[in-house]
Design a protein around this ligand. Structure first.
Ligand SMILES: Cc1ncc(C[n+]2csc(CCOP(=O)(O)OP(=O)(O)O)c2C)c(N)n1
Length: 389
C-alpha cells in the first residue's frame, strides 16, 4: 500500500495530470479503505455490501439524472435501517453535473436551498464540493472526503464504544461540476462543456470533418500524454504505481464480486418440514406457514455467521412467514412507538417497500429475494392444516 499522505497523493495526482476524476476518487477512497461504486439502486447494491461488514465504507456515485429514477429516488431513505454497530457505512456522492441526455436535471434546477432541505429531510448531512477548476476541485474533494470519512468513523465510535445507536445523520457529498468537464468546450460556436450536449459523443464526425479532428486532437492533448507515457507509449512508473493494486482494484474488490466472499448457508433438511397428510382432507395446514417455520430455523442456524436475511415488501407476516420473528426481527433504526412489533437494530428481516417503485411495468417483486416466492405461495388454497409442533 502507498504510504504517502492524502494531500501528498493529491499533489502527485495534480502533477501527473491524471485528470480522470473517478480514478482520483478511487485512489482517494482506497487510501481511506473504501470501495467505489457507480450505482443504479443505492439501496440494493451498496446496502447489501455494507451489511455485516462493520469496517467497510462504500462510496456510491449517483448521477443527478439517475437520481430521478424511481428506485434511486426512494433509496435515499435507506439510512433508516443500517445498524451502526454491526453494519458498515455507505457514502453517497450525488454528482450534480446538471444534465441527463438532453435535459436539465431536477435536482440541479431546484434552488440550492431546496436541494439541501431535500437531502436533510431524507436524513443526510450534505457536504458540498463545487467548481470547475480541476486542481481546486481535486483539493476540495480530497478534503471533503476526509471530512466525511472522519464523520462516519465518529458516528461508528459513538455507537460501538458509547452505545449511542440513535439514528445517525450520515454524511453524503454533493459534487457539483460541469457536465463533460475537461472535454471540448465549444464546437461550431456551440457550447459543449457544461451543457447537455456533452452527453455521449461531443464530436460527431472527426473522420470527415477536419475541424472535429482538430478539436479531438486538442482535447486529447489537453491531458498532456507526454507527461503520462514514455517514448514507447508505456505509462510512467511513478504514475503506474498510483492506481489501486490487487484486491483494491474496483473490479477485483472482493466486496464487489459476488462469488468470493460467499459463505454457505447452514440449511435445515427441508424434508423434515413436510406435512403428513394420511388421507385427503384429514389435516389443515398452510404451505407458507410451513415455509416460515423452515426459514425460522435457517435464520437460527445462521445467526452466528450473520449471512442470512429475508427481504420483502412488508409481507412477511401477511404472507404467513411470521415464525421467523421467533428468532429475529425487522431491521429498523428509525423512531419506535409502543405498538410497533418485531423491530430491532440488528434484525435480519427487511420489511421495506422503498425499492419496489420500479419505473417500468415489470413485476414489482422482481428484485426481492423472498417476496416472489411468498406471494405466489400465499395465493394457493389453504386446504392443508399445519402439522402439529
Ligand atoms: C431507467 C433509465 N432511464 C433513462 C435512461 C436513459 N439514460 C441513459 S444515460 C441518461 C442520463 C443520465 O444522467 P446522469 O445520471 O446525470 O449521468 P451523467 O450526467 O453522469 O452521465 C439517461 C436519461 C436509462 N438508461 N435508464
Amino acid at each position: 500500500m502507498n504510504s504517502i499522505t492524502p494531500r501528498q497523493l493529491n499533489a502527485r495526482l495534480q502533477k501527473g495530470a491524471l485528470r480522470q476524476s473517478r480514478l482520483r476518487l478511487a485512489l482517494r477512497l482506497r487510501r481511506r479503505g473504501a470501495c467505489l461504486r457507480r450505482n443504479h439502486g443505492l439501496v440494493l447494491e451498496t446496502w447489501e455490501t455494507i451489511q455485516t461488514n462493520p469496517d467497510l465504507i462504500v462510496a456510491c456515485c449517483v448521477g443527478d439524472g439517475e437520481a430521478e429514477t424511481g428506485p434511486l429516488a426512494t433509496s435515499w431513505q435507506f439510512n433508516k435501517f443500517p445498524d451502526p454497530i454491526n453494519d458498515g457505512a455507505v457514502l453517497p456522492i450525488l454528482h450534480l453535473n446538471g444534465y441527463k441526455i438532453a435535459n436539465p436535471t431536477i435536482l440541479a434546477r431546484i434552488e440550492p436551498e431546496e436541494l439541501d432541505q431535500f437531502l436533510r429531510g431524507n436524513g443526510w448531512t450534505p457536504y458540498y464540493v463545487e467548481g470547475h477548476e480541476p486542481p481546486l476541485m481535486h483539493e476540495a474533494m480530497a478534503a471533503t472526503l476526509d471530512q466525511a470519512v472522519e464523520e462516519i468513523k465518529r458516528i461508528q465510535q459513538e455507537a460501538r464504544v458509547k452505545g449511542n445507536t440513535m439514528r445517525p445523520r450520515w454524511p453524503m457529498i454533493v459534487l457539483k461540476s460541469p457536465k463533460g468537464w475537461t472535454g471540448p468546450k465549444w464546437v461550431h460556436g456551440v457550447q459543449i462543456e457544461g451543457t447537455f450536449r456533452a452527453h455521449q459523443v461531443p464530436l460527431s464526425d472527426p473522420a470527415t470533418q477536419p475541424e472535429h479532428l482538430k478539436l479531438l486532437e486538442e482535447w486529447l492533448r489537453s491531458y498532456r500524454p507526454e507527461e503520462l507515457f514514455d517514448g514507447q507509449g508505456k505509462l510512467k512508473p511513478d504514475l503506474a504505481e498510483l492506481p489501486p493494486q490487487g484486491n483494491c482494484r474496483m473490479g477485483a474488490n472482493p466486496h464487489a464480486n459476488g462469488g468470493i466472499l460467499l459463505r454457505d448457508l447452514v440449511m435445515s433438511n427441508f424434508r423434515n418440514y413436510a406435512v403428513k397428510v394420511p388421507s385427503p382432507g384429514s389435516v389443515q395446514a398452510a404451505d407458507a406457514h410451513e415455509l416460515g417455520v423452515f426459514l425460522r430455523d435457517v435464520a437460527k442456524l445462521n445467526r452466528e455467521q450473520r449471512n442470512f436475511r429475508i427481504f420483502g415488501p412488508d409481507e412477511t407476516l401477511s404472507n404467513r412467514l411470521g415464525a421467523v420473528f421467533e428468532v429475529t426481527n425487522r431491521q429498523w433504526n428509525a423512531r419506535q412507538q409502543d405498538n410497533d412489533q418485531f423491530l430491532a437494530l440488528d434484525g435480519r428481516v427487511m420489511g421495506v417497500s422503498i425499492y419496489l417503485r420500479m419505473p417500468t411495468a415489470c413485476s414489482p417483486f422482481g428484485i426481492i429475494v423472498c417476496a416472489a416466492a411468498t406471494t405466489s405461495t400465499s395465493s394457493s388454497p389453504a386446504s392443508i392444516k399445519r402439522r402439529s409442533g
